[in-house]
Design a protein around this ligand. Structure first.
Ligand SMILES: Cc1cc2nc3c(=O)[nH]c(=O)nc-3n(C[C@H](O)[C@H](O)[C@H](O)COP(=O)(O)OP(=O)(O)OC[C@H]3O[C@@H](n4cnc5c(N)ncnc54)[C@H](O)[C@@H]3O)c2cc1C
Ligand code: SF4
Length: 464
């Protein structure tokens, strides 16, 4: 059984999953196809993030740094998985860099692809340089260059932000809401007004979905404090009148056609399924949902499960997602991956326990205590330790015991922190599964769990 977890994709989700696992001493292999970690917020140069207002380079940069510096995380950049087989607890992944890894489970954190506005040609992107996307405006702000018209570098006096570009649009096969772009756009509008107080900013919308607490923080604040104007409209086309970009359509509240000039038109682009998903699906053997995102199990009992056991998925790989939800899902996937390791370790520990009983029976027939009181942890484990020390070196029984017991190191450390400080870590990481089995099969009653955890002596007895 492998003790490592494979995390594919090093955006907020993958970083969070890797960090969570490494934080409890679990080994992780983190595969990223690009040359740097951080996912969309770093690769696309986002500016201040919603809702925290932190600069992406700092907030996500800190996550990247902590992952890169963690000795339990083996980071492989410019790498993709090209072959994958096996079963939960024992998968093998072959990578494009020629390396292969044995892993117990996989977390797919492969994220999304930004909608390419070229696929909405009637809205002017690619026809005129002053029609840009939200990621381009984010880059202008994060590079500290400031928001400028790309045609001639002038400061815009009138900016229009068009919502739902590449989302909620059945005509182009994208019926989903991208969830975060209303809030991101309201935030960008405030940033533009802050940098260029003379600039008027208009947001053209179908509906506003600054959901939950974002309503006050972004929607109302942008209007009340920053005087951003919201216009409910259907945009038909974006053209150029020789001087400025022209927005044509219908104001759907007053039901009147509109044709309004702007210096800069910004597409609030949505989140598409990762373009790699068909390949990811065939390599890892996981199903995609009808839009092309990775299908997750439709069950509250397995919120990060996929169609294949032992492979988990989190973040924007399953559909449009915010950064904080992606981070939380990364942590949930880490817990699920840990479950696989502990499950496998539990099977091994059962085997170890059976071996122990077998050896005990042959070596100490009739010499075992029938009823014995223990006064300290060391005494409690004295008998098993004596037996292990008598097992021949390199014997199958000893090897299986040690494998199983090492596999249970984490559980043991959690439940018996005092033991890790005692004697040798190998010996004292050993008895965890035995303790559990004592409780179940041998009716061992701990008199006071508190005293064990606080490292004091305890009393207990088992009945054989
Ligand atoms: C314009 C815009 C602005 C946004 N601003 C905000 C914001 O301010 N606040 C907020 O909460 N959310 C924001 N979001 C959403 C945010 O981008 C996502 O929530 C977040 O990036 C999801 O993280 P992720 O790790 O799941 O995916 P990604 O960030 O997409 O990371 C996926 C990683 O996996 C890698 N990868 C992909 N395929 C493979 C493969 N086959 N093999 C190996 N590696 C692979 C990618 O290179 C990438 O590094 C914004 C979205 C957009 C479109
Ligand atoms: S979040 Fe807003 S802009 Fe984005 S798709 Fe949904 S409604 Fe449209």
């Amino acid at each position: 059984m492998s003790q490592s977890v494979l995390v594919v994709g090093a955006g907020p989700t993958g970083l969070s999953a890797a960090r969570s696992l490494a934080g409890i001493g679990q080994h992780v292999t983190l595969i990223e196809k690009e040359d740097i970690l951080g996912g969309a917020p770093i690769l696309s140069g986002y500016a201040r993030l919603v809702p925290t207002g932190e600069w992406a380079s700092e907030a996500i940069g800190q996550m990247v740094q902590s992952v890169e510096q963690n000795p339990s995380i083996d980071v492989q950049t410019l790498t993709q998985v090209i072959d994958f087989h096996g079963e939960p607890g024992n998968f093998k992944a072959v990578c494009s860099n020629g390396r292969s890894f044995s892993v117990s489970s996989v977390i797919l954190a492969t994220g999304f692809t930004h909608f390419d506005s070229i696929n909405k040609p009637e809205w002017g992107f690619g026809s005129h340089p002053d029609v840009v996307t939200t990621t381009q405006v984010e880059q202008m702000i994060s590079s500290r260059q400031g928001v400028r018209c790309l045609s001639d570098g002038r400061k815009p006096k009138r900016v229009a932000i068009l919502l739902c570009v590449g989302s909620r649009d059945r005509q182009i096969g994208r019926e989903w809401c991208s969830k975060i772009c209303c809030t991101v756009s309201a935030n960008l509008a405030m940033e533009i007004r802050e940098e260029l107080p003379d600039c008027s900013v208009y947001i053209y919308y179908m509906d506003i979905r600054t959901y939950g607490l974002y309503e006050g923080q972004f929607y109302w604040r942008s209007q009340e404090e920053f005087k951003v104007k919201y216009i409910k409209a259907r945009i038909a086309e974006v053209t150029f009148d020789g001087k400025r970009v022209l927005l044509k359509g219908e104001d759907t509240l007053v039901k009147r056609p509109i044709s309004i000039p702007f210096d800069l038109v910004v597409h609030a682009i949505g989140m598409d399924p990762n373009v790699d998903n068909p390949e990811i699906s065939s390599i890892f053997g996981v199903e995609l949902e009808p839009h092309g995102f990775i299908q997750k199990k439709p069950s509250y009992n397995s919120v990060v499960g996929t169609s294949r056991d032992g492979i988990f998925v989190a973040g924007a790989a399953v559909g449009p997602e915010t950064i904080d939800d992606s981070i939380a899902q990364g942590q949930a996937a880490a817990m699920a991956a840990l479950g696989i390791i502990n499950q496998a370790a539990w099977h091994l520990s059962n085997f170890a326990w059976t071996s122990w009983i077998g050896v005990n029976r042959s070596l100490f027939r009739r010499t075992r205590p029938r009823r014995q009181n223990f006064i300290s942890m060391e005494e409690c484990f004295a008998t098993p330790l004596k037996i292990w020390s008598r097992l021949p070196k390199n014997s199958v029984a000893l090897k299986s015991l040690l494998t199983a017991l090492t596999a249970n190191r984490f559980c043991f450390n959690q439940h018996f922190p005092i033991a890790t400080r005692s004697v040798s870590s190998l010996i004292f990481t050993a008895p965890a599964p035995l303790c559990r089995r004592f409780e179940e099969d041998w009716n061992l009653h701990w008199k006071s769990m508190d005293s064990i955890l606080s490292g004091k002596q305890f009393g207990g007895c088992w009945t054989m």
